[in-house]
Design a protein around this ligand. Sequence first.
Ligand code: NAD
Length: 385
Amino acid sequence: MTANETDADISENFPLFGKLQDYEHEQIVVCSEPSLGLKAIIAVHDTTLGPALGGVRMWPYNNEQEAIRDVLRLSRGMTYKAAISGLNLGGGKAVIIGDPRKEKNESLFRAFGRYVDSLGGRYITAEDVGINVQNMEWVRMETKYVSGLPKSIGGSGDPSPVTAYGVYQGMKASAKKAYGSDSLEGKRIAIQGAGHVSSHLAKFLSKEDAELFICDIYEDKVNAVAEETGAKVVDPDEIYGLDVDIFSPCALGGVVNDDTMDQFKCDIIAGAANNVLDNEDKHGRMLLDNDILYAPDYVINAGGLINVASELEGYNEERAHKQASKIYDTILDILNYSEDNNTPTFVASNILAEKRIANVGQIHNIYTSDSKFSGHIGELYKNNV
Ligand code: NAD
């Protein structure tokens, strides 16, 4: 603070505590090691349910505020995702400010690892945008609080197959709600994107004899999936307006927007992509009013998080799949709540997630011999106070 600056000036110019309170964060940690070029921020949103798990993203943010906004928003999202998925994990995320193509090196990631370690397990990191396996191996040299490592070094490996399985289960639950049966046999399904998740998803769907349509901006990718699953290849611009039962966004965010809304002829939108609704309030409400069931993205695509979380207990693929199959019941609960309360599905999902956090939080009020208070009581008792 300069001599003439007041507390009010500072909070007005850099309203950090205001932001933390708006998003209800517990803690943010600013990590700086100028000699190594490290500028990172770790955000711990809520640890009611357990340690805050969430990936670290490396991105050339234009300014610090942009990085702070991103880490706050993403870490909060992780709290909701873990809570609704029944995991005993809180929400956290980290960002490293820098260009992932030019500014990566061993020391930078090891330094980041030491900051993660200093939190003693309150935050567990993993891979996110701009980060690769080698970077995580460097982080792992400095802390055990890392997950989502490759199978070759004892981790859970690529999460896409489990993510796809969860999306498949969520899609079946949505069909159950819309049609009274969860069979996808003969259902016409349009998949946007022929990448990691959708290539696995298309296999589940083709085994159930669904009629598939698929697109991608890369011809070789879409042809490979089509060849394996019998899906019909369509043009990326055609995908929204196809006469199908289910639209499955598995490529980009923001695809339910003002331009696409009137094109949809489907009954259900259920896919792996994050941030599918361009504007949650507006487009979530429009889908409800248009009688299109929307399986909220962070619920239906939680298989990836479930896979990473499973690694914390010693990875077991079968257990991860079993846990991802619960996405079926969670999606049905959300769709039922949405119908009963005439509320968009993403609002229903947020309400149910918050309810779980509040209820589990209450449990901590029950005294057990492990309660932190017990030592103190013991001391009092010993001293006959
Ligand atoms: P990916 O990059 O392997 O696949 C995405 C595919 O979409 C690519 O083949 C790309 O060419 C294609 N694509 C891009 N723009 C397109 C367009 N305009 N039209 C059609 N296709 C387009 O990614 P992924 O790992 O399969 O993930 C898919 C989505 O699911 C992403 O939004 C991701 O954030 C989300 N997600 C993935 C996981 C996971 O486990 N991989 C977990 C949770 C959420």
